[in-house]
Design a protein around this ligand. Structure first.
Ligand code: GTP
Ligand code: MG
Length: 262
């Protein structure tokens, strides 16, 4: 069983890409389970095989405990910890080769609090896992917001301790030139620095940006940015290919079933 964890800021397209990736994989004869780990989801664009809302429902908590939406979500994820055994059993019973975990949008659960990583590591155990880190095009156009995304990516990566494939989501609403600009900022550290200075970012912070982009551009820790659209399905094959690369080093013979030709 391989685990694919879909992470990203609120509204970045996690649930839609979960649906798109699962559909694409099934069309290519791979066995997939869709797991909703968002206790606050009202509606999701796929039918989950396992749904955390059957154990904890953040909306119920809001009413019962008089909490606001964020407090309820934090409480719900804390409460998930006491249902982990049943959740893990339910996931195992799917017997799927790939399990896609759709996570809640509040990134602080994964970037700062301990419950997010604890829930993930309990579910994943010793199995191989990789994450999809969605970059919302909304946050990638300005150099300073791209830096924030990069910092968040780094923070989440440290906490969840698994390779994360960065994916620019909703690529259908981004122009080719905007995508090119984002890539250039990520791949050419001096260019990114210039753009940050132009925006008035202070030198100390630009230095942080430089060390991050240099490390990533050197290919030591970041897989190349993949652009994808859950709406048009463009690039979903590339997301799968990047995941396969980090899960099994691109060596198809190591997977439990034949990989599709892409
Ligand atoms: N144009 C376009 N819109 C998209 C795409 N994927 C998602 N969206 C839209 O973005 C919004 C958020 O998508 P979701 O998949 O619910 O995002 P999420 O990250 O799961 O959101 P939370 O779970 O609330 O954090 C929805 O209105 C979708 O219609 C895409 O590929 N293209
Ligand atoms: Mg969602």
């Amino acid at each position: 069983m391989y685990f694919i964890v879909v992470l990203g800021t609120a509204g970045s397209g996690k649930s839609y890409i979960t649906a798109a990736l699962a559909d694409w994989m099934e069309d290519n004869e791979l066995s997939v389970a869709r797991v909703n780990l968002d206790p606050a989801a009202e509606w999701i664009p796929y039918t989950p095989d396992v749904d955390v809302r059957n154990y904890v429902d953040a909306r119920d908590l809001m009413a019962k405990m008089g909490l606001g939406p964020n407090g309820a979500l934090v409480a719900a994820v804390d409460m998930m910890v006491s249902h982990l055994e049943s959740l893990v059993n339910e996931i195992r019973e799917t017997e799927a080769n790939y399990v896609i975990l759709d996570t809640p949008g509040q990134m602080e659960l994964f970037a700062f609090r301990s419950t997010g990583p604890v829930v993930l590591s309990s579910i994943i155990g010793g199995a191989r896992s990789a994450g999809v880190f969605l970059v919302d095009p909304l946050f990638a156009s300005r150099p300073s917001s791209l830096l924030s995304v990069l910092l968040l990516y780094t923070s989440v990566r440290v906490r969840v301790n698994m390779p994360l494939v960065p994916v620019l989501s909703k690529a259908d609403i981004v122009s080719a030139s905007a995508i090119q600009e984002i890539r250039r900022m990520l791949e050419e550290p001096p260019y990114f620095e210039d753009r940050l200075y132009q925006e008035g970012v202070e030198p100390g912070i630009v230095e942080v940006a430089r060390s991050l982009t240099e490390a990533y551009a050197a290919g030591e820790s970041m897989v190349e940015l993949v652009e994808a659209s859950a709406k048009t399905m463009a690039g979903i094959d590339a997301v799968y290919a990047a995941l396969q690369q980090v899960l099994v080093g691109g060596e198809d013979y190591l997977t439990e079933e034949p990989s599709p030709r892409i």
